[in-house]
Design a protein around this ligand. Structure first.
Ligand code: HPA
Length: 259
């Protein structure tokens, strides 16, 4: 089963056959919402709106552990996360969609692991996003002219406030291309459960100070809304390519990670 996590402005996946929604309880508490189960081209898909369908869970309060654990319980072994980001790199104009390849974690107040002791685990995070899932998608983009950017570094802030101009300038000099508030710890929690995780970053606005325009949540939601049709189209041709056994190392992330 494939998992899809929708970020700000993406609260459902119209176009896939909805079967039912399912409440999942986890040892870490409640996931953001019920999982919506459906199908794309015969492949089972579970969709979860990260901030809930009413968008009442801010980024710093999302129960990331429950969300990822819930996917595991449903039998999900690959997750596609769709995240709104602010563009720091000037190439990342609003409406651009990026297959992120790196992450910098600037969060500081979140539960970042399933291994809080006594079991001690250090997973390899050199490549934070599943290389196989990225390759399949970037190849598809080339073949079908989907116009996705093939790589980009995502910096994750704690939020919920947006950034200052000086912070964005610092992030830019650190090598970040885009900024968001939710990819971490989501990506490393998925890795701890040996689930592949791909980040599809949708640029909804220029980050603070990149242009003189003030940032608004309205712009974020409206740009994501304008991209929904394209995202749906990408997912509808990408997900069918994710059939079959995994050839990446995500599936054995714990193999040499335990003390
Ligand atoms: N900053 C942080 N998170 C975001 C932004 C931003 O500019 N846009 C969408 N999510």
């Amino acid at each position: 089963m494939i998992g899809v996590i929708g970020g700000s402005g993406l609260y459902n996946l119209p176009g896939f056959t909805l079967k039912r929604s399912l409440k999942v309880d986890t040892p870490y508490g409640e996931p953001s919402d019920e999982y919506i189960l459906g199908e794309i081209d015969g492949i089972e898909v579970a969709f979860l709106p990260r901030h809930s369908s009413r968008h009442n869970i801010p980024p710093h309060r999302v129960n990331y552990r429950a969300n990822i654990w819930g996917f595991k319980e449903l039998g999900v072994d690959r997750i596609i996360a769709v995240n709104a980001v602010g563009g720091i790199n000037r190439l990342l104009t609003p409406g651009t969609i990026v297959v992120a390849d790196q992450v910098i974690d600037f969060t500081h107040n979140r539960q970042t692991t399933f291994y809080d002791g006594p079991e001690v685990v250090h997973i390899d995070f050199t490549e934070p996003f599943c290389p196989e899932m990225r390759e399949v998608l970037t190849k598809l983009s080339e073949e079908r002219g989907l116009g996705l950017l093939k790589r980009g570094t995502y910096i994750c802030t704690e939020g919920p406030r947006l950034e200052s101009r000086a912070e964005i300038e610092m992030f830019r000099t650190m090598g970040a291309d885009m900024v968001g508030m939710t990819a971490m710890p989501e990506a490393c929690l998925a890795r701890e459960l040996q689930i592949c995780y791909l980040l599809l970053a949708v640029v909804t606005n220029y980050a603070a100070g990149i242009t003189s325009k003030p940032l608004t949540t309205t712009e974020v939601i409206e740009t994501m809304g304008a991209c929904t049709e394209r995202i749906k189209q990408i997912l509808s041709i990408y997900i069918p390519l994710l059939k079959g056994p995994r050839g990446c190392s995500c599936k054995e992330a714990l193999k040499e990670a335990t003390l």
